[in-house]
Design a protein around this ligand. Structure first.
Ligand code: URA
Length: 421
C-alpha cells in the first residue's frame, strides 16, 4: 500500500477500506506517511466526506495510536462532558465539581485555546499555583477521592490526533464533520469514561454556524460513542452570543466561582445545570444538581479539585495592568452580541493565542455587559477590556466595532434559552 493510493481513493470519491485507514493513521503517527501526504488526504476527506463505517474505523485507528485508560478502579460511575468550543465557555469549571459532588467521577481532559475560542487549561492556569499535568496515579486518585479532575491529556493519549489536529489547523481542514467527530470521540473514548454528554455549539462563535450541520455532527458523535460502549448524548446549544459576562482567563475563573457560590449570570447557570442533569442521568445517579449547587457541596469539591493540582483557591486572581471601557454611541434594543467578534477581541487583548506555542495573559479578556434583549442608552458601558499590553486596545476595539446589533424600532427581541435541542 502507498499513501498516494490512499489519497487517490478519497480524492476520486471512493470509500477507504479498513486496511487503508489503519495503515495511513498508523503510518502518519510513526512518521512514515509524510505531513504533506496527510494534508492531501485531510483535504480529500474535507471535500468528499466519509461514510459512517469509514468514520468508525478512522476513530478506532486513532484510538489504537496510543493508550486507552482504564478507570474501572475509581469506584464511582464515570461521566464526562465535551463542548465543541465557544466564547466565554467556562462551563467545565463549575460543572466538573458539581457533577463530582453529585456522586460521579468526571475525568475532564482539557485542551488549550486556539484563535477566538478559549481553552479550559488556559483559564485554570490563571489560578495561582495550579498545574495542568498529573501522573496517571494522581489522576486516578483524584477521581477516586475528590470525584473530579481537570487536566491536560498525556502525550500518549491519541497521539495521531495531536499531529493531525495541528496539521488540519494550518491546512484549512478543521471544519469537516467526519474529522471533527473522529478527533473528539477518539480522545473521549480513549479517556475511558463510561458516559459522555456532548455540548454541540451552534452560532457565530462556534465551528458550526447552522443548526442542521451541528445536528449532523451531534448524531455522528453520539453514534460513535454508542458503538464503542460509551453511553453518549448531546445537547445543541446556542453560541451566537458570549456565555455569561466574562470572556478571557482569570475573569472566567472568577465568574465560575460566582456560579459555585450560588450566583453568576443566568445563562451560564442554565447551561451548567442542563449539562449536569444530563450527566447525572447518564451516570445512573439520582442527585438533583440544583440542590447540590445550592448546598455548597460543589464549591467544596471545586476547592479540592484546585488544591489537588497545586492551586490555591483563596489566592487573589491576576488583575490586568490596563482597563478600557467601551460605551454605547446609540440607544435601543439589543438584537445581537456577536460571539465571534467578542472572542476575537478577547484573543487580541492577549487571552488567546494565534499559534499553539504562544503564551497567553492570565489577566487578559473582557467583560461583556450587554446581551440580546437588553435596552441600552447612549453612554452606557457595553464592554470592559482587560490587558497587560495596552497596544492591543485599537485592534480589539476594531473587532468590537459592529459586535452589538440594535433591533429596528418596534421589532420584539426576546432573550432565548441557550438550550436549542
Ligand atoms: N476539537 C477537537 O478536539 N477536534 C476537532 O477536530 C475539533 C474540535
Amino acid at each position: 500500500m502507498t499513501a498516494v493510493q490512499v489519497i487517490a481513493t478519497k480524492r476520486d470519491g471512493g470509500v477507504l477500506s479498513d486496511a487503508q485507514i489503519d495503515w495511513v493513521i498508523d503510518g502518519y503517527t510513526r512518521g512514515v506517511v509524510a505531513e504533506e501526504q496527510m494534508a492531501a488526504l485531510a483535504m480529500a476527506v474535507y471535500l468528499n466526506g466519509m461514510q459512517i463505517g469509514e468514520i468508525g474505523r478512522w476513530t478506532d485507528a486513532m484510538i489504537a495510536s496510543g493508550v486507552r485508560l482504564d478507570l474501572s478502579g475509581v469506584g464511582r460511575p464515570t461521566v464526562d462532558k465535551h463542548s465543541t468550543g465557544g466564547v466565554g465557555d467556562k462551563v467545565s469549571l463549575p460543572l466538573v465539581p458539581l457533577v463530582a459532588a453529585c456522586g460521579a467521577a468526571v475525568p475532564q481532559l482539557s485542551g488549550r485555546g486556539l484563535g477566538h475560542t478559549g481553552g479550559t487549561l488556559d483559564k485554570m492556569e490563571a489560578i495561582p499555583g495550579w498545574q495542568p499535568l498529573l501522573t496517571p496515579d494522581a489522576f486516578t486518585a483524584m477521581l477516586r477521592d475528590v470525584g473530579g479532575v481537570i487536566c491536560a491529556a498525556s502525550a500518549d493519549l491519541v497521539p495521531a490526533d495531536r499531529k493531525l489536529y495541528a496539521l488540519r489547523d494550518v491546512t484549512g481542514t478543521v471544519a469537516s464533520i467526519p474529522l471533527i467527530a473522529a478527533s473528539i470521540m477518539s480522545k473521549k473514548i480513549a479517556e475511558g469514561t463510561d458516559a459522555l454528554v456532548l455540548d454541540v455549539k451552534v452560532g457565530s462563535g462556534a465551528f458550526m454556524t447552522d443548526l442542521s450541520a451541528a445536528a449532523e455532527l451531534a448524531r455522528t458523535m453520539v453514534g460513535l460513542g454508542q458503538a464503542h460502549g460509551v453511553r453518549t448524548s448531546a445537547l445543541l446549544t446556542d453560541m451566537s452570543s458570549p456565555i455569561g459576562v466574562a470572556v478571557g482567563n482569570a475573569v472566567e475563573v472568577a465568574e465560575s466561582v460566582e456560579v459555585l457560590a450560588g450566583g453568576g449570570p443566568a445563562d451560564l447557570v442554565e447551561l451548567t445545570l442542563a449539562l449536569a442533569r444530563e450527566m447525572v442521568q447518564l451516570a445512573g445517579l439520582d442527585a438533583d444538581p440544583a440542590e447540590v449547587l445550592a448546598s455548597g457541596r460543589a464549591m467544596d469539591t471545586w476547592r479540592a479539585v484546585v488544591r489537588g493540582q497545586g492551586g490555591d483557591p483563596d489566592a487573589p486572581l491576576p488583575t490586568p495592568r490596563e482597563r478600557h471601557q467601551v460605551r454605547a454611541t446609540d440607544s435601543g434594543l439589543v438584537r445581537t452580541v456577536d460571539a465571534r467578534a467578542v472572542g476575537e477581541a478577547a484573543w487580541l487583548l492577549g487571552a488567546g493565542r494565534a499559534r499553539k506555542e504562544d503564551p497567553v495573559q492570565a489577566a487578559a479578556g473582557l467583560l461583556c455587559h450587554v446581551r440580546p434583549g437588553d435596552t441600552v442608552e447612549v453612554g452606557q458601558v457595553l464592554f470592559e477590556l482587560h490587558t497587560d499590553t495596552p497596544a492591543a486596545f485599537p485592534a480589539a476595539l476594531t473587532a468590537l466595532d459592529r459586535a452589538v446589533g440594535l433591533a429596528e424600532p418596534g421589532t420584539p427581541v426576546t432573550p432565548s434559552s441557550r438550550i436549542l435541542q
